[in-house]
Design a protein around this ligand. Structure first.
Ligand code: PLA
Length: 427
């Protein structure tokens, strides 16, 4: 070997050694609890496999559904040669952010009219949660520890999002396994006993994973304590339209809290209600007490956004912008949402019927029809969930959550029978 060659070999082997050692202390992380189900489902050759994991809408043929209104908007975009691929402003497409604020806060929102809303386009709902968390970590007038109260249970990603920015996640009671419903007393007690000016993360509608929302009377009581205690509301709205099938109904709590003057921000996602999962369309709305404060908030959100993603992506925001700002497309979108919500409600009714009338599965299954939104919290044990995954090829999260959209007329019977066997300990 020539000296030069030896030198090169040595160099390569030493750099290899270095890179081998470099990550030796990096522990192997477990796969994501929700997305691992999608991967396992895809890899499973079993014919009757069922995916009830991720909350992504499927039609009755178990296919992802591109909303007809989205197809139309895409055609319009294709036929608009003036559109280019320049960067958007840091806070996003202005027509989109303005319309997105109106969608959640209402067209006649006094907060919008007063210029008190700062809206920033984000990387879907997750990005809105992250940017909101980051903003609070930096600028919330913390009086003690940096903490946020999350409902028990909540979306699996919430604790990680807050931990990432140095906010400690704590929990407040939300779900009562005995009633398979809301633990309203526990919730109220947590609001009352938390230190003044605490931050509570609240699911705006169609709570994930339980499918259990407060009634309007209960929302009013929650708002009253929040005001009394000076608590801050961190609203996560990932399912507007999916709870009742109606966009305005599902925004009721958010609008009511804004009207009552609860200090709050809202994270908004268009992943589910527009079926734009992978396009990552969302927004963060921060409500301030004055126009001048809203401008300062906007300036700081711009600084944070710039260093995180520089500026948000164009494609999905352009689609939603067309839908929100064209009266005809907007009406069509509402019909598409009603189609999705209606199919889910139908599946709830059918599942309930098969479990209670045909199979006479032990236990009370009223919650299947009473819970709302994409998910049902079945109330089965982690062992029963595990048996369903491992023995019946029914993919669902260990906490007993099922995504109702994964059910259709063809697989509902198989799922119900498998659930029945799991409950009877016969799987
Ligand atoms: N907030 C809640 C309460 C959610 O359930 C989800 C998504 C998001 C925010 C974020 O969605 P986005 O970033 O796509 O807008 N929850 C899903 C998917 C549907 C996931 O885990 O990311 C779920 O299966 O729970």
């Amino acid at each position: 070997m020539t000296d030069r060659l030896k030198q090169v070999v040595n160099h390569v082997s030493s750099s290899n050694k270095m890179s081998n050692d470099l990550w030796q202390n990096v522990p192997l992380a477990p796969p994501d609890s929700i997305f691992k189900l999608t991967a396992a489902y895809k890899a499973d050759p079993f014919e009757n496999k069922v995916n009830l994991g991720v909350g992504a809408y499927r039609d009755d043929d178990n296919k992802p559904w591109v909303l007809p209104v989205v197809r139309k908007a895409e055609q319009i975009l294709l036929n608009t040669p003036s559109l280019d691929h320049e960067y958007l402003p840091i806070t996003g497409l202005p027509e989109f952010t303005a319309a997105a604020a109106k969608l959640i806060l209402g067209p006649d929102s006094p907060a919008i009219a007063g210029g008190r809303v700062t809206t920033v386009q984000t990387i879907s709902g997750t990005g809105a949660n992250h940017l909101g968390a980051l903003f609070l970590e930096r600028f919330f007038p913390w009086s003690g520890n940096k903490e946020i109260y999350l409902s028990d249970p909540t979306w699996a990603n919430h604790p990680a999002i807050f931990k990432n920015v140095g906010i400690v996640p704590r929990t407040y009671p939300y779900y009562d396994p005995k009633t398979i419903g809301l633990d309203f007393d526990g919730y109220m007690n947590a609001l009352k006993t938390a230190p003044n000016n605490s931050i509570f993360l609240i699911h705006a509608c169609a709570h994930n994973p339980t499918g259990v929302d407060p009634t309007r009377e209960q929302w009013n009581e929650i708002a009253a304590v929040m005001l009394d205690k000076g608590h801050y509301g961190f609203f996560d709205c990932a399912y507007q339209g999916f709870a009742s099938g109606n966009l305005d109904n599902d925004a009721w709590a958010v609008r009511e809290f804004v009207k009552k003057g609860v200090n709050m921000l809202i994270c908004q996602s268009f992943a589910k209600n527009a079926g734009l999962y992978g396009e990552r369309v969302g927004a963060l709305h921060v409500i301030s007490s004055s126009k001048e404060a809203a401008e300062r908030v906007k300036s700081q959100l711009s600084v944070l956004q710039r260093s995180e993603i520089s500026n948000p992506p164009t494609y999905g925001a352009r689609i939603v912008n067309l839908i929100l700002n064209d009266a005809g497309l907007f009406e069509e979108w509402k019909r598409d949402i009603a189609t999705m919500a209606g199919r889910i409600i139908d599946m709830r009714k059918q599942l309930y019927k098969v479990l209670t009338e045909e199979l006479k599965t032990p236990g009370n299954w009223d919650h299947i029809v009473n819970q709302i939104g994409m998910f049902s919290f079945t109330g089965i044990t982690p062992q029963q969930s595990q048996a369903l995954v491992e023995k019946a090829h029914v993919y669902m999260t260990a906490n007993g959550r099922i995504s109702m959209t994964g059910l259709n007329r063809k697989n509902l019977g198989y799922f119900a029978e498998s659930l029945d066997k799991a409950v009877r300990g016969q799987l």
